[in-house]
Design a protein around this ligand. Structure first.
Ligand code: MN
Length: 428
């Protein structure tokens, strides 16, 4: 915000007392290596998983959900490699279905923490698990006890929590807590909540007397967390609503990668809290852009140009009015500083370019130009752009779409070749 005393820039997020119940501490539970790897078409090599784990640790994440060791021998090897790395701050977590052998795989992978998960909404219990509510409770309790008995710090998680009957959620979670869960996580698995509904949900859990702690709650009671998705573009807003409602543990993924429309984006949550709530997240924000680029490179999933915080356009200006403002004081059109997130400001010379940007560019290159020359340069830039035509841009988009289809999973030909090899049959 500008330092001049006569310039008042309001921040209505914190200026009036909105009565937030912000936790003293933000606990970032990162999902880049688990839900992030479930992004269609994405997989990491062991080396990549280890490299990303080190970067996530360095930037200040508290917990890394590294994957589900029971998935495959390769997955177990990758997670074990992260455990063996001995990260400086982040706790290493392995996920497990509520099945004892899955938890044994977490132990084999040398994880500090285990997260047994089971679905709990009616729709998941009926159509996916074909289990009754009672069976769901029994499986949860058995899994949590098994993990706790083997010395694993245990978080109990359900999928699709927010679409389940709240009374059943409270009953199930109470049973898991009694079985020894030290943390509990609630999931908006398909991203259907809004900020208001999210606040209501946590208020309801409290009204149902679910134990809560230790941050801001009862000593010895489990810390609460929230795992959520971005299907309606509300991922960050809902995570922030949970935090405002006193939930300290937020699940995020770098660049918002994850199933379907992805998880809540790490960089968005961090910068929203830092900039709008004036909250110290403990995250080394200057490393955000570099981390985003490494995740982009290892996943092969390009970051949207307009992605908040880390997108190519996040600090890019073209129009004459905006450029002029930014050159005079960046706060006019930039709500945060690019250097704070390791990004950089760019000026694009195009159809909307004004003379201020050109003059600035020439100044920095030691080139003098008169007023009339600046206008002529601006005019020539516009004509150049208008003459360029749209074919190239269109071709790029087509190629990008085709590439995305091709690089996600095996191709149709590869799929049917494998099927033929195994079954001796071709599709009819
Ligand atoms: Mn998820």
């Amino acid at each position: 915000m500008p330092e001049d005393e006569d310039v008042v820039t309001h921040n209505w997020t914190v200026e009036p007392d909105h009565g937030y119940d912000l936790p003293d501490e933000l606990v970032i539970w990162d999902e880049t290596l688990r839900d992030g790897e479930q992004t269609p078409g994405v997989y990491y090599t062991t080396e990549e998983k280890v490299e990303l784990a080190k970067l996530l640790d360095e930037i200040g994440c508290d917990i890394l959900n590294c994957g589900i060791p029971a998935v495959s021998e390769g997955e177990l090897t990758s997670i074990k490699a992260i455990s063996d790395e001995g990260l400086s701050q982040a706790s290493i977590m392995g996920a497990a279905r509520t099945i004892r052998s899955d938890i044994d795989a977490v132990l084999k992978a040398g994880c500090d923490e285990c997260v047994p998960f089971i679905a709990c909404s009616d729709v998941h219990l009926k159509y996916k698990l074909q289990r009754s509510k009672q069976e769901c409770i029994e499986m949860a309790v058995d899994a949590v006890e098994h993990a706790v008995d083997h010395g694993l710090k245990t978080t109990f998680v359900t999928e699709d929590t927010v679409r389940a009957d709240p009374e059943f959620v409270a009953e199930l979670y109470n049973a898991a807590i009694e079985a020894g869960a030290e943390r509990v996580l609630f999931s908006d698995t398909v991203g259907v909540m809004t900020p208001t509904a999210t606040s209501w949900f946590f208020e309801t859990m409290r009204e149902l007397d679910l134990p809560e702690g230790p941050i801001g709650g009862q000593q010895g009671a489990p810390e609460w967390g929230f795992h959520n998705h971005n299907d309606f573009g509300l991922g960050t807003a809902n995570a922030i609503a949970a935090f405002e409602a006193g939930v300290p543990n937020l699940n995020t993924a770098v660049n918002g990668i994850g199933e379907r429309a992805g998880n809540t984006a790490f960089e968005e949550v961090v910068m929203t809290l830092e900039q709008l709530y004036d909250y110290d997240t403990g995250i080394n924000t200057e490393l955000l852009k570099d981390l985003s680029e490494r995740v982009e490179e290892t996943t092969g999933v390009p970051v949207d140009q307009m992605k908040p915080v880390v997108g190519h356009n996040a600090f890019t200006h073209e129009s004459g009015i905006h450029t002029h403002g930014v050159l005079s004081n960046t706060i006019t059109y930039e709500p945060m500083h690019p250097e704070d997130v390791g990004h950089e400001r760019r000026f694009v010379f195009g159809k909307h370019t004004g003379t201020a940007a050109i003059e600035d560019r020439l100044d920095r290159a030691g080139v003098d130009a008169e007023e009339g020359q600046l206008s002529e340069i601006a005019e020539r830039i516009k004509t150049t752009i208008e003459k360029r035509g749209k074919d190239e841009a269109r071709a790029f988009v087509d190629e990008f779409r085709e590439h995305t289809d091709e690089q996600q999973g095996v191709s149709k030909d590869e799929f049917w070749a494998i099927v033929e090899d195994v079954t001796g049959q071709q599709p009819k």
